[in-house]
Design a protein around this ligand. Structure first.
Ligand code: NAP
Length: 345
């Protein structure tokens, strides 16, 4: 670990780059929910939006650019929540400045950009980057992993996943069902199975009429080095809600996430369970735990949880899946050598 990066009062001063949907949510979380931190600076290409978000964080100043924010002496650590194409430049700036950084997924849109981050961090020789794969901090996913690790269902053989959104905004294009949505599944199944994805194939059924000209849904088939097969349905216009599913089929049983909600209501001749309408509802607790873990690690100069290497692997699988969506072919996943920093213990 490096030097402790908190201020004289023991509080980690966090700068947030990008105050859009999730950036704003993280500013609120860092200000009102988490402990040991405060937001000392924000920036966004939309300066008015940055100023509005800064209003919820007492004392936060607004910078003209991400680079200015990273240079700020009153910023100990940085959250990058801007558009994916800008992630690499800000994460590299943080590494050059010796500041721990939490980067929202995807680490970067291309494997080449991710690798440059991996190489820069590996050259420093210690963890400084955490990637925002928050599902690893979700209670239900953690229970799923504990059951698999305990051997409760024998060796895992198959995993069925679904990633369903009620609807998506107008700028959504077909690739984003892979690069924005399924990238979470690419990370979570590697983590869940302690196994590596070796090939991917994307199949396209009849298109959902709610999807304008976006091909939706997709069926993504993944193969692991250990021989497990995984199917991931992405449906981004399914209307009824935000629904994340995962079921692991083992040699002697199955284990799955609860279908929806925490309570079931029986009334008027029917049974209902409430379902989240978006990712903020469904993963609120996971975002809180994830970012608190980062704050605690960053206060000691480091990072924890999903690594730059995990970000690189997830983006590599996304790239292969996008290629498969275009060609219909099975695409093998080729990874560079894993630096010692990210060795699996
Ligand atoms: P968003 O609402 O579009 O917010 C992105 C913000 O960053 C926008 O305000 C955008 O401004 C701004 N921005 C773009 N380029 C910038 C730059 N160079 N410097 C500073 N700000 C810049 O998107 P979002 O949904 O919050 O997503 C942001 C990131 O978080 C994405 O990488 C996304 O994949 C990720 N995300 C992760 C999760 C998760 O579950 N972990 C959930 C949602 C989003 P303009 O709009 O003016 O371009």
């Amino acid at each position: 670990m490096g030097s402790v990066t908190v201020d004289a009062t023991g509080v980690l001063r966090v700068g947030v780059i990008g105050t859009g949907m999730i950036g704003e949510d993280h500013v609120r979380r860092l200000t009102s929910t988490l402990s040991g931190c405060r937001v000392s600076a924000v920036t966004d290409v939309d300066a008015e939006r940055a100023r509005a978000v800064a209003d919820v964080a007492p004392g936060a100043r607004v910078h003209d650019s991400g680079e200015d924010l990273v240079r700020d002496g009153e910023v100990d650590a940085v959250v990058v929540a801007s558009w994916g194409a800008t992630h690499e430049q800000y994460v590299l700036a943080c590494l050059a400045a010796g500041k721990p950084v939490f980067c929202e997924k995807p680490l970067a849109p291309s494997a080449k950009e991710c690798l440059r981050i991996v190489e820069a961090e590996a050259a420093i020789g210690r963890r400084m980057v955490q990637v925002g794969f928050m599902r690893r901090y979700d209670t239900a996913f953690a229970q799923l992993k504990r059951a698999v690790d305990a051997g409760t269902i024998g060796a895992p053989l198959l995993v069925h996943c679904a990633h369903r959104n009620a609807s998506v905004p107008g700028h959504f294009v077909a690739d984003m069902a892979i690069t924005d949505s399924a990238v979470h599944e690419f990370d979570i199944v590697r983590w869940l199975l302690d196994d590596e994805i070796v090939a991917v194939r994307v199949l396209k059924p009849r298109a959902n009429g709610h999807g304008r000209d976006v091909q939706d849904p997709l069926l993504i088939l993944l193969e692991t080095a250990g021989g497990v097969l995984i199917d991931v349905e992405t449906s981004v216009n399914i209307q009824y809600g935000y629904d994340i599913r995962a079921e692991v089929v083992g040699e002697s049983g199955t284990v799955e996430l609860p279908q929806a909600g925490n309570v079931v209501v029986r009334q008027s001749g029917g049974v209902t369970a409430l379902i989240a309408m978006d990712w903020r509802d469904r993963f609120r607790q996971a975002y809180d735990v994830e970012l608190q873990a980062w704050v605690d690690a960053a206060a000691k100069g480091g990072a924890t949880g999903p690594t730059s290497w995990d970000g690189y692997v997830a983006t590599t699988i996304s790239e292969a899946a996008v290629w498969s969506m275009g060609t219909g072919s099975r695409v093998p996943i080729k990874l560079e050598d894993r630096p010692v920093l990210y060795a699996v213990s």
